[in-house]
Design a protein around this ligand. Structure first.
Ligand code: SF4
Length: 374
């Protein structure tokens, strides 16, 4: 398949690996920001092929995983109301809220529907003018543009029974928070290529300079990741800390200008809670005041919900790279994909799900399931 097969070429992978082995002289800890990169690394065994001096720390870039419990509970509350059609991507239906999930709301009569695009939800709103249709808008800078476009379309078409429950997050403030943590061991970042394809790379040089940390924009196929690691290690060995673009087939420095303009019009930057981590200043988007009529939190008055994270789930430490999934006591025992305690075990981009799916079980005798993700 074009743009995939050539980036999985074993001979080229060996050449990159040889270069990395020849370059590294001492231990380095690199964080891959995105959960998609984590799954690719674990699936292809890339971490096991690298020199033992290189540790890959799994970052917080899984949109389902970082959606705060409070937002899940708001989604559950809205989806339970009569007259509401609640639409979401499939992963979110199994993410545990306080005591239940969206699947359980559906099994008790709630009209919860899986869609593949926010525009599907808008069409449902068009077809059901006597119902309130809510789309659960989660994710990073990658999923925010289509959600922004859908709100724009709703206003343009005069569709008033559509609203968005917004839980969008931004990568650069998360990188900042990770670097400011007293426990931080990260010495270089593999930035998420798809995020940069939207936002560009302009936010990163200042971060790289201030924290003296190399940031390499990296894709998702094995050769992409090896090239990102190769460039990051080369910088570390030379004592450099620059932003490099190792994903030029998708990323331009200025990003996607049309998408960025849409984001600036529809959303405004806000503080945002990250599940298991807490509030990170300026790390999210919410609908701008002139689009508030499409904001489900206001439309359904669910602004007062507060929650407490379950103590047994250590996903906050996993998301900050402080703990490997199989080091969690619940991994593979009380927490499995079929009975997840935390979102990192549910999501197709979650680190716990990746370790479970690809048998990175550590010493834990886990009962494996055939279908670990939705
Ligand atoms: S294994 Fe389960 S309980 Fe442990 S951190 Fe991951 S999701 Fe949470």
């Amino acid at each position: 398949m074009k743009y995939i097969d050539e980036f999985q070429n074993p001979e080229l992978a060996k050449r990159l690996l040889d270069d990395i082995h020849a370059t590294v002289t001492r231990p380095w800890a690199l964080m891959e920001v995105c959960g998609g990169q984590t799954h690719s690394i674990i699936r292809h065994g890339i971490d096991q092929l690298l020199p033992e001096e290189i540790e890959l720390i799994h970052g917080p870039g899984c949109p389902v995983c970082v959606t705060p419990l409070e937002l899940i509970d708001k989604a559950l509350e809205i989806a339970s109301r009569p007259g509401v059609i609640f639409c979401s991507f499939g992963d979110m239906l199994r993410v545990p809220g306080t005591g239940r999930d969206l699947f359980q709301v559906r099994s008790r009569g709630g009209d919860v529907r899986i869609v593949y695009s926010p525009l599907d939800a808008l069409k449902i709103a068009q077809d059901n003018p006597d119902r309130e249709v809510v789309f659960f808008g989660i994710g990073f800078e990658t999923t925010a543009p289509p959600n922004a476009m859908t709100v724009h379309q709703a206003r343009r078409l005069g569709i008033r029974n559509f609203s968005l429950l917004v839980s969008h997050v931004r990568v650069p403030p998360a990188v900042e928070a990770i670097m400011q943590s007293a426990d931080c061991r990260v010495q270089a970042f593999l930035a998420a290529g798809h995020v940069c394809s939207v936002m560009g790379t302009e936010e990163y040089p200042e971060l790289a300079e201030r924290h003296q940390v190399p940031i390499v924009v990296t894709g998702f196929e094995p050769l992409d990741i090896l090239e990102g690691v190769r460039r990051a290690v080369r910088q570390l060995e030379r004592g450099e800390h620059r932003v490099e673009n190792a994903y030029p087939r998708a990323v331009r420095a200025e990003g996607n200008k049309a998408a960025r303009a849409m984001l600036e019009d529809i959303f405004e930057v806000t503080d945002r809670g990250w599940r298991g981590i807490g509030v990170i200043p300026a790390s999210g988007w919410r609908l701008a005041p002139h689009y508030r009529e499409f904001d489900a939190e206001y439309r359904f008055s669910v602004t007062g919900i507060t929650t407490t994270e379950p103590a047994e789930c250590r996903s906050g430490e996993v998301l900050q790279g402080l703990l490997k999934p199989h080091e969690c006591e619940a991994f593979g025992t009380t927490c499995t994909p079929r009975n997840p305690l935390g979102a990192t075990m549910v999501s197709s981009e979650g680190a716990c799900a990746a370790y479970y799916l690809y048998r990175r079980l550590g010493g834990t005798p886990a009962p494996l399931e055939a279908s670990p993700v939705v």
